[in-house]
Design a binder for this molecule. Structure first.
Ligand SMILES: Cc1ncc(C[n+]2csc(CCOP(=O)(O)OP(=O)(O)O)c2C)c(N)n1
Ligand SMILES: [Mg+2]
Length: 555
């Protein structure tokens, strides 16, 4: 069993079924990267910047529900990745982040590159630690992995000093233990929840990614239909229910709390599942719920329940299992009148539904219409389209669980790497990452990784030559403060110089097309779906629409 720690960690990763190490290398990681060459089954995915590595790992973890291994280079590499780790933490992505260090023996020297990595990682991870003894390297890695995978999932960090990895390690390799958390409340609590919700006249449901994490989409629909309750998304960046469901009202919790207040203030019963309230950047500080509202909150994350406002019944439990039990309980409890009223509400919403997206004649709509026509049924989408997200989701709504992902945590730059992570997880599917001219430039060098590792994701840059969302948000700020409209701040403008996305893409070896007018659309879309290689479209939406409101989860 004796071998050096640098080999033992790779055996551990293999025992945990980890196929990829996403990263960017440095000298203090050279020992285990050298050892990695001797093993099959764990492929190093080279990225040219740590934000990209973290973004691909995040997309991969989201698409597989499995831990993703992210290797960073000491404090400087970790520093580069912090923004993306923040979004992974807010989005509950199970990332195992490792970084090298020169060695514990050099601690007192405080020499070049010395940094307190654990302190740097702590605010953006669930657990951050440093291994200092060669007898506990694998023990600590397995603990970190378990913590990453325990709901609420999230990134964990382990610093691995070179001298610890060079020392002889005799720890056995055994797979990490992942906890079962499909916990159901005792029957009397499920009964209580049903009592609180049954018979409501104006019920609403607020749901987030905890539903998709537990695979509870069908159970959610069942309960929402039983209650005839409008469903709002919050912290909703995956398919928690089919976006075309008539009871689905859209997303709250992005930018301005007054939007949420308007949605919840009349509700007499509220069911919150797999999310927290309220998630806006500028939430309202007072309690927007009715004073007599009966509020039931189900989540595996007790911290998020009643975090900001009291609830009537908080259940630390698995969303899927609890919703199923609640549906059964409601079945026995709802009166004939309750059922008739609920199905009346559902029918009314069904009648209100538009037949399809309203084409406004713009290039963006034309492109999306064509795309929706040519796309396979099981297309996978990463949505970082920001002000183009309204039309995007009208033409390509998230329908199938695990087939639509969007940004979380407000950190831009996840669109291109996120799509790469998803494509790596599902090589047989068509994956498109939609991003903006602004968002794409934080991580554009991800295209290099796409080519180097044959990851055939497609990319659409919704290029309006501006940080448009910032324009829209400042307009709201002016309105709230009675500041007369005037020119937007010049840093929000990206028109000068013009970003040449097709030339940039070609520089990384990715074929690309620029689309300026309607006539070019059909060919570009056909070309995009024509093979399984990375491909980019620079879609010049300059006069772009903001239909459907901004997806203003960024500030
Ligand atoms: C890492 C990071 N830096 C800056 C911001 C601030 N920010 C929020 S939205 C936005 C503009 C995004 O522009 P673009 O991607 O072109 O989308 P558009 O708003 O034009 O639709 C910026 C810069 C952010 N959210 N994240
Ligand atoms: Mg833009």
């Amino acid at each position: 069993m004796a071998r050096q720690g640098k080999a033992a960690i790779i055996e551990q990763f293999l025992a945990d079924g980890i196929p990829y190490m996403f990263g960017n290398p440095g000298t203090v990681e050279q020992g285990f990267l050298d050892a990695l060459e001797e093993y099959d089954g764990l492929q190093y995915i080279l990225t040219l910047q740590e934000t990209v590595a973290a973004g691909i790992a995040d997309g991969y973890a989201r698409a597989t529900g499995r831990p993703a291994l992210l290797q960073l280079h000491s404090g400087v590499g970790l520093g580069n990745a912090i923004g993306m780790l923040y979004q992974a933490k807010r989005g509950h992505s199970p990332l195992l982040v490792i970084a090298g260090e020169a060695g514990v023996k050099y601690d007192a020297m405080d020499a070049q590159m010395a940094a307190d990595l654990v302190a740097m990682a702590e605010p953006v991870t669930k657990y951050a630690t440093r291994v200092t003894d060669p007898h506990s390297v694998l023990r600590v890695l397995r603990r970190a992995m378990k913590i990453a995978m325990t709901p609420p999932r999230g990134p964990v960090f382990v610093s691995l000093p070179m001298d610890v990895l060079d020392a002889v390690n005799t720890e056995p390799v055994v797979p990490s233990t992942f906890l079962e958390t499909r916990a159901l409340p005792v029957p009397s609590l499920v009964e209580q929840a049903a009592r609180l919700l049954a018979g409501a006249e104006r019920p609403i449901v607020i749901v987030g990614d905890g539903v998709s994490a537990s695979g509870g989409q069908a159970e959610l629909v069942r309960v929402a239909e039983q209650l005839g309750a409008d469903v709002w998304g919050m912290d909703f960046s995956e398919v928690n229910l089919d976006a075309r469901h008539p009871l689905y009202r859209g997303q709250l919790g992005h930018m301005f709390g007054e939007v949420s207040r308007a949605a919840v203030r009349d509700a007499d019963a509220v069911l919150i599942v797999g999310t927290y309230v309220f998630g806006e950047v500028f939430p309202v500080l007072d309690n927007p719920f009715r004073e007599d509202a009966r509020i039931v909150h189900i989540d595996l994350d007790g911290y998020e329940i009643a975090k900001n406002h009291p609830v009537t019944l908080g259940l630390v439990a698995d969303p899927k299992a609890t919703l199923a039990a609640l549906a059964t309980e409601l079945d026995g409890r709802l009166s004939a009148e309750d059922r008739a009223l609920a199905s009346g509400r559902l029918e009314a919403r069904r009648r209100e539904q538009p037949d399809g997206p309203q084409d406004d004649g713009s290039l963006l709509h034309h492109f999306l219409r064509e795309l929706a026509g040519q796309a396979p049924e099981d297309l996978m989408v990463f949505d970082e389209a920001l002000t183009a997200a309204g039309p995007l989701n009208a033409y390509l709504p998230g329908r199938l669980p695990g087939h639509w992902f969007s940004t979380r945590g407000g950190s831009l730059g996840v669109g291109i790497p996120g799509a790469l992570g998803i494509k790596l997880a599902h090589p047989d599917k068509t994956v498109i990452g939609f991003t903006g001219d602004g968002g794409s430039m934080y991580t554009f060098q991800a295209l290099y990784t796409a080519v180097r590792h044959d990851i055939g994701a497609k990319f659409v840059i919704c290029n309006n030559r501006s940080y448009k969302l910032l324009d829209l948000n400042i307009e709201q700020y002016w309105r709230e403060r009675d500041i007369p409209e005037h020119a937007h701040p010049t840093p929000f403008d990206l028109s000068r110089p013009d970003l040449g996305f097709t030339r940039l893409a070609e520089g990384f070896g990715v074929e690309a097309l620029r689309v300026d007018d309607h006539e070019q659309v059909a060919y570009a879309v056909k070309r995009m779906f024509g093979d399984d290689k990375p491909f980019l479209v620079d879609l010049r939406t300059t006069e772009g629409t903001t239909e459907g409101g901004s997806h203003g989860r960024h500030s």
